[in-house]
Every structure is written in structure tokens, then in C-alpha cells.
Design a protein around this ligand. Structure first.
Ligand SMILES: Cc1ncc(COP(=O)(O)O)c(C=O)c1O
Length: 323
């Protein structure tokens, strides 16, 4: 924790973590990789500042809370166009018509996985756009990724790749030409690249933990193997919910998240009783986000299948004793 970020050892760690990230996600030299602070939330403001001229607009596909927040933040600075897909009616993110309509926007922003609602974008039918941006805070490193359709992706480390304090930002090189010189250096992607993400003291310990996590993912077989493990965990839990008459999940199948499985019980009192029972058995963090209510099991990379099976056992036991 005391290691200077100007030391050779830290420099090596920084370089190796970038290389490891590039290997895991197959990121070529056409893209730059930044390790930043300020969380994904800071990116909500930096995207319009860096990638959109004042006379242009940005389009946001809204599938949940975080996309709404990203759009609201951008709207402080630029014109924003909001698009709300009808999840129940379609498994397409955008229709052909919408893609044509939004092609003129400076950026098209998606939230790959909406952490609170448990909604993930369908795997097929990614819209095409010259500057397609995705907030992957709760899904990056959970599965293999073809980065080539994207202009930029970003994610805080704390879900699938370590602890809070580091945000990974991957930007296609040509987009750096858009960054205005007038921006403060710590907010300008081009300046951050020039300083190798170290204009000032980075969150060294968080970066270190992130580097360990990336190495661990590689040793576990990379992202193909990680995706297989994540799918087994999520399928087991969705199967338990779908077979039950007590728990429900209303997210249409094509949009269901592998990372955040939300489920509801028929009443607040049953939800509370369930949360008390799970906590008594050492299963914590199952309360849904305060704006969504209900329950939510986050199955990030660090969660084991044993952990998920333990939850399923308690869910089934609770259902037996409450029906
Ligand atoms: C999808 C998504 N985007 C953005 C955020 C905000 O991240 P941060 O707290 O790192 O700013 C979160 C946090 O949970 C998230 O899940």
C-alpha cells in the first residue's frame, strides 16, 4: 500500500495489468486502455465533454437506472436523446429505423448490464454506430467480448475485477482526436493516455488488486471459462425461481442478466422474513436495491457455484415452510 506509483515495481504492475486486460478481452493497439478514478459515474460526465462537440447530441438507450443516470449527467452539458426499448415486445436493442435515426448523434450509449433491474442487453443485434459506448460496470470480464463494434467501453473494477477505486476505460484511438484541449488534464482522455494514467497519484492498491484479479481470471481459463461458470450459476438460480410458486422474476428471457438475478416474493412481510432467514444462515447482500425493492443475488465472478447452491437450498426451504 505504501509503494510509490513512480517506482519501477509499480510501473511494471501497471504495464502488466494493461497487457493482461488486453489478452483477456482481445484488445488490439487500435484501442487505448486507461486506469482512472472517479468510478463509472465520472465517465457519465466525461463522455460528453470528450467525445461530443457542443453543437452535437448524444443518444442513450435506457434499460434501467444507470443508463438514466448517465443520460441525466450528459444532459447537463450537451443535448441528449433518450430511447426506451420495449423489453416485453422485442429482443432487439434498436430497430433498423432507430439505428438510422441515431446514426447522426456523436455517440450512442448503452448500459450492457443494468445492475439494479437485472437486465442485460441481448447478445445478438448490437446496434452499429461510429461511436458506440457501453457502460460495462457490472459485466466486463464476465464473458468474452468482441470489442470491435465499440468506440468506448468502461467499467469500475469493483464488481468483476477487484475493489472500488479503479475504473477501466477502453477507447478507440481515433476518437481521441475529439478530446478538446480546453479540458482539465485529469478529465481529458488524450492527456490521460499521454501520462499512462498517472498524471497524479493513482489508486495504487485498488490497481494492484485489479491486477491480481485479472491474472486470476487468466489462470482460471480466461473469459470463455468464466462465462461458462457464470452461466451455470445463473441458470441454476433462474431455474429455481421459474419452478417456484413463491418467487418471481418478470424480466423477459432474452434480457435476463447473468450477473444480477432479481426476484420478488408476494409481500413485503414475506420478503423481510426471507431476508432474515438468509442472513441467519450467513447469506448476505440479498436485499434488492432500495429503488427496486424485492431481492437481488449478484453472481459476480467471485461468487462460487457452492454459494449459489447454498442460496437455492435456503430458498427452497423457505418456500416449503411458507406454502
Ligand atoms: C451499470 C453501472 N453503472 C455505473 C455504476 C456507478 O458506478 P460507480 O459507483 O463506480 O460510479 C454502477 C454501480 O453500481 C453500475 O452498476
Amino acid at each position: 500500500m505504501e509503494l510509490s506509483h513512480r517506482s519501477q515495481r509499480f510501473d511494471r504492475l501497471a504495464q502488466e495489468s494493461e497487457l493482461c486486460l488486453r489478452r483477456l478481452l482481445n484488445v488490439d493497439e487500435n484501442y487505448v486502455v486507461l486506469f482512472m478514478q472517479g468510478g463509472a459515474s465520472l465517465q457519465f460526465g466525461l463522455i460528453p465533454m470528450n467525445l461530443c462537440n457542443p453543437d452535437q447530441s448524444l443518444s442513450y438507450v435506457l434499460t434501467g437506472h444507470w443508463g438514466v443516470k448517465a443520460a441525466r449527467e450528459a444532459a447537463r452539458l450537451r443535448q441528449v436523446v433518450r430511447i426506451s426499448p420495449d423489453l416485453a415486445a422485442s429482443d432487439q436493442i434498436l430497430t433498423e429505423e432507430q439505428q438510422v435515426k441515431h446514426a447522426a448523434s456523436a455517440c450512442l450509449h448503452l448500459t450492457d448490464n443494468e445492475t439494479i433491474e437485472g437486465v442485460r442487453l441481448p447478445e445478438l443485434g448490437l446496434p452499429s454506430h461510429n461511436c458506440l459506448i457501453s457502460d460495462m460496470s457490472s459485466s466486463l470480464f464476465s464473458r468474452p467480448l468482441d470489442i470491435s463494434p465499440y468506440g468506448m467501453i468502461y467499467a469500475g473494477a469493483q464488481k468483476n475485477a477487484g475493489i472500488a477505486g479503479v475504473t477501466m476505460v477502453i477507447v478507440r484511438r481515433d476518437l481521441l482526436d475529439r478530446c478538446p484541449d480546453s479540458l482539465p488534464t485529469l478529465m481529458n482522455y488524450r492527456d490521460i493516455v499521454s501520462a499512462s494514467s498517472m498524471q497524479n497519484t493513482p489508486a495504487t492498491f485498488s490497481w494492484y488488486v485489479c491486477s491480481l484479479m485479472l491474472e486470476w481470471l487468466e489462470k482460471q481459463g480466461g473469459l470463455i471459462a468464466q462465462q461458462a461458470r457464470n452461466k451455470v450459476k445463473a441458470n441454476a438460480l433462474y431455474q429455481c425461481i421459474d419452478q417456484s410458486s413463491l418467487y418471481g422474476n418478470s424480466v423477459p428471457a432474452a434480457w435476463r442478466s447473468d450477473m444480477n438475478v432479481v426476484f420478488q416474493l408476494p409481500s413485503d412481510s414475506l420478503t423481510q422474513a426471507f431476508l432474515t432467514m438468509t442472513e441467519d444462515q450467513g447469506l448476505i447482500g440479498l436485499k434488492g436495491h432500495r429503488i427496486a425493492g424485492g431481492c437481488r443475488a449478484s453472481l459476480y465472478n467471485a461468487m462460487t457455484l457452492d454459494g449459489v447452491n447454498a442460496l437455492i437450498d435456503v430458498m427452497q426451504e423457505f418456500e416449503r415452510s411458507h406454502s
